[in-house]
Structures are given as structure tokens and as C-alpha cells.
Design a protein around this ligand. Structure first.
Ligand SMILES: [Zn+2]
Length: 329
């Protein structure tokens, strides 16, 4: 037998052994895949949560009321499951519920983390305005993430609690945008000191709040600030021409301010120039070679302008790419 035949023989026997190993009956019972282990962990956390719920009198009353309502009023099964799910989301720290292996029993295996997780004793101190703002702001973090505009645990979206207030809600430092919930948002004062740490002990990125506090302080009309640096926004921010008015979206966003790059934006000394560059009218400021801030009187208006601004940047970058592409052989 020559070398080629020997190698072919070895390969053939290896293939047969491999095929036997994977088709062997009962193999699945011996080898536990990571998904099974993860499901066990989720189940354990869920059981801990149920114990927590049963030990919380206020939450228990609310849960019993929901059950009574669903019995009397004939609430659909899906609605009831959804309500129960909301109750069972841990508040001590952001967590997950596996619908497939858990209470929903829908068999989908979906991992759900509700935006609004404000329930029970721990968060009843929030008034209705704060509850709503927390839910809306958490929803915007999720939307920004869904649209692919988040950047790991960095960047921030902040909102002022009320027109009279010098307190703000912002993301805890360490959670991804898709992990942020209404209760996990941190409440801080204008200096970035934590007033209420929410459902985590992560605190906030004080240095990252400098940009937000500077604008909030200077412009009482801007209650929500969204900071982004996606590749398209950075590309436009690095162009000498700035934002070109070549699309409807670029016109809708109104006048835009520009702030030159002076390093990582964490220095208190930069506050004055940020305020001077933003001015008293504009709601969007492009930070040269860095990104942009999109602001609004409300969370809704800031997010609306964000959508148009992102489209405008994408259009500009695509157009310029096409021009370059067809300018060379
Ligand atoms: Zn930034």
C-alpha cells in the first residue's frame, strides 16, 4: 500500500468513527449542550424571582388583583402571560426570562427583557412623570440599539426630569443599550452626582456626562440629548463641508452647529466653547471628527430628529462614495 492509499484509509476510518459518535443512541443524554445549562440557570433565577414576589406583600396584592381581573374580565391568555412576565422580571439587577423554558411556555426559546420593569416596593417612590420618562427613555435606548446605533456600554442618552428640575436620568455605566430598563436608569444632579442609583449599583460615567450636563445647563429648552457616533455620522463630522443639504431629511433637521475636536470630551474647560458653538437656537451639533448630539424639548422630538439626521448622514456618505466610485477607472 502506498502513502496515498494509507492516508485515504486513515481518513475513511476517522469519518466512520465520527459518524458513529454522532449517530449513537443516547448521545444527547450524556452530553449537555451549553443551551441546556443556560436554561437551567435561567430557571433557577426565575424560581428565585418567584420566591421574591411571594415575599413582597404589595407585589403579591398586585399579582392577585391581576389574576382576579383576568378571571372576571376574560383577559386573553397572551395578555395575562405578558402581565405575569412583567411581574417576574428581577429588579435587583437586569435579567432575562426564557419564554420557551419558563412561564410563557410558548416553546419559542425567546429571551425577553421588558422595557418597563417598574413594579413593587422598590420603585413606588417614583411619581407618574418619572415612571413615564423612565419607560420612554429606556425604550429609546432599545430603539437606538435595534437600529444599530449604540456603542457597547459607551455613549449616553439623557433626559431632564421636569422643566423645574435639575435632575436627570441617564444609563448606568456598564449596561449595554439592549439591557437597559426603566428601573435601571440612574438619576443624577447637574454635576453628575448620583441621586438615585436605580436597580443597579453601577453608577454613571461621570466624565461622559460632561457633554450632557453642559448642554442641559445652558439650554433649559432642551430636555433630551442623544449622543451618537456611528461611522456615517463620524464621516460627515470629518468632512470640511459638514452636513450637505442634499436630501429632505437634511432639511427637516434645521440648522446645525459645529464644535471642533479638542480631544476626548470630558474636560470641564471645554464647557464654554460647547455652549458658544451650540448657540441658543440649534438642536443638533456635529462634533468634528467625533459624532453628534441630537437634542429636543422632549424624548419624542429628539428621537424624531435623530431618525432624520441619521438618514441624512447615510445619504451623504452613500452619495460621496458613488461619486468617488465613478470618478476613477
Ligand atoms: Zn462621544
Amino acid at each position: 500500500m502506498n502513502t496515498v492509499d494509507v492516508l485515504a484509509d486513515v481518513k475513511s476510518s476517522m469519518t466512520q468513527r465520527k459518524a458513529r459518535r454522532y449517530s449513537e443512541p443516547g448521545r444527547g443524554r450524556r452530553i449537555r449542550c451549553p443551551e441546556e445549562i443556560l436554561r437551567d440557570i435561567r430557571g433557577l433565577k426565575l424560581r428565585q424571582r418567584v420566591s421574591l414576589v411571594l415575599g413582597d406583600e404589595l407585589l403579591k396584592d398586585e399579582l392577585e388583583q391581576t389574576i382576579r381581573n383576568s378571571t372576571v374580565n376574560g383577559v386573553t391568555r397572551a395578555d395575562t402571560i405578558r402581565t405575569f412576565q412583567d411581574f417576574l422580571i428581577p429588579q435587583a439587577q437586569p435579567n432575562f426570562v426564557n419564554i420557551g423554558g419558563g412561564i410563557g411556555s410558548a416553546g419559542t426559546g425567546m429571551v425577553v427583557l421588558p422595557v418597563n420593569d417598574i413594579k413593587g416596593n422598590g420603585t413606588t417612590s417614583y411619581n407618574i412623570n418619572e415612571r413615564q420618562l423612565r419607560s420612554k427613555l429606556a425604550a429609546v435606548y432599545r430603539l437606538v440599539d435595534l437600529l444599530g446605533w449604540s456603542e457597547s456600554i459607551y455613549n449616553h442618552i439623557s433626559v431632564r426630569l421636569s422643566n423645574e428640575s435639575n435632575e436627570y436620568l441617564i444609563n448606568p455605566f456598564g449596561l449595554l443599550f439592549n439591557e437597559i430598563t426603566a428601573s435601571s436608569l440612574v438619576k443624577c444632579d447637574a454635576s453628575g452626582n448620583v441621586v438615585d442609583e436605580g436597580s443597579t449599583t453601577l453608577g454613571l460615567n461621570k466624565a461622559g456626562f460632561v457633554l450632557h450636563s453642559t448642554i442641559h445647563e445652558f439650554r433649559p429648552d432642551l430636555n433630551c440629548i442623544i449622543h451618537v457616533h456611528t461611522p456615517d455620522v463620524i464621516a460627515v463630522s470629518s468632512m470640511k463641508c459638514g452636513l450637505l443639504r442634499i436630501s429632505q431629511e437634511s432639511l427637516v433637521v434645521g440648522n446645525v452647529s459645529y464644535h471642533d475636536y479638542k480631544g476626548i470630551l470630558i474636560n470641564e474647560e471645554e464647557r464654554e466653547s460647547i455652549q458658544n458653538d451650540l448657540g441658543t437656537e440649534n438642536k443638533i451639533m456635529i462634533l468634528r471628527n467625533h459624532g453628534a448630539v441630537i437634542c429636543g424639548a422632549s424624548i419624542e422630538s429628539a428621537f424624531h430628529d435623530l431618525l432624520n439626521f441619521m438618514d441624512a448622514c447615510e445619504t451623504q456618505v452613500t452619495d460621496i462614495f458613488q461619486v468617488i466610485k465613478f470618478s476613477f477607472y
